[in-house]
Design a protein around this ligand. Structure first.
Ligand SMILES: CC(C)(COP(=O)(O)OP(=O)(O)OC[C@H]1O[C@@H](n2cnc3c(N)ncnc32)[C@H](O)[C@@H]1OP(=O)(O)O)[C@@H](O)C(=O)NCCC(=O)NCCS
Length: 188
């Protein structure tokens, strides 16, 4: 699914663009995937696990996301650099197509500038414009207070916890929390 490009002003006064990914974003996205993986334990990949992200794979992913009717990816660009991206996807199966699953990550240089908030406003708009979707869902790792604060601000609430879902390289075990945001009610 493609979205219409739009600009907005970051908390530091710079202008950012959010839009669907294009071929010209492939290298910037590879750089972002690798860099962000080494900047926080709160995303699910380590830098050495990024070898599977090749230019060909990203090109195919962008095409799939842009042409799909049940998933979309958005990128945020600041001063020509890919600051991060977010995705929303939902199943085509009758039993689960009301659930929109969300993921988001930014490089550290771009945290706390309002990009996550603007990404979520757009993801919520996409979910609300789909009559099938009644809830948005995401997970976050124990200790990710910034993410939790953003998600609660955007209307998500914690619905459960999976113990020891994450094991870091040093053996630390962390819980993972699930959150849900109601989009609209079909029943009652
Ligand atoms: C989590 C993440 C997506 C948030 O995006 P962001 O652009 O930094 O978020 P925003 O700037 O829009 O909003 C963050 C909010 O949290 C608040 N906040 C920041 N740090 C906080 C903290 N430690 N505790 C509580 N609130 C905090 C900010 O004040 C802001 O709220 P406000 O807009 O009301 O002032 C981003 O920081 C990121 O990519 N982090 C690393 C990867 C990651 O954790 N991804 C999510 C995996 S579940």
């Amino acid at each position: 699914m493609l979205i219409k490009d739009f600009e907005f002003t970051l908390k530091d006064g710079r202008t950012a663009i959010i839009r669907s990914p294009r071929d010209e974003d492939i290298q910037g996205t590879l750089d972002y995937l690798y860099k962000s993986a080494g900047e926080t334990e709160f995303i699910l990949r380590y830098p050495e696990e990024c070898v599977k992200y090749t230019a060909e794979a990203e090109k195919a992913l962008f095409e799939r996301m842009n042409e799909s009717d049940n998933e979309t990816m958005l990128v945020c660009i600041v001063d020509g650099i890919i600051a991060g991206n977010c995705q929303v996807t939902w199943s085509k199966n009758i039993k689960t197509r009301h659930r929109a699953i969300v993921a988001i990550a930014l490089c550290k240089d771009y945290w706390n500038l309002g990009i996550g908030t603007r990404f979520f406003q757009e993801l919520i708009r996409i979910a609300e414009s789909n009559p099938e979707i009644t809830q948005m869902e995401l997970d976050f790792i124990e200790g990710n207070t910034r993410a939790r604060a953003l998600y609660e601000k955007m209307g998500f609430r914690i619905t459960g916890m999976k113990p020891n879902a994450i094991r870091l390289k040093d053996g630390t075990m962390l819980n993972e929390y699930s959150m849900v945001r109601e989009v609209k009610k079909l029943f009652g």
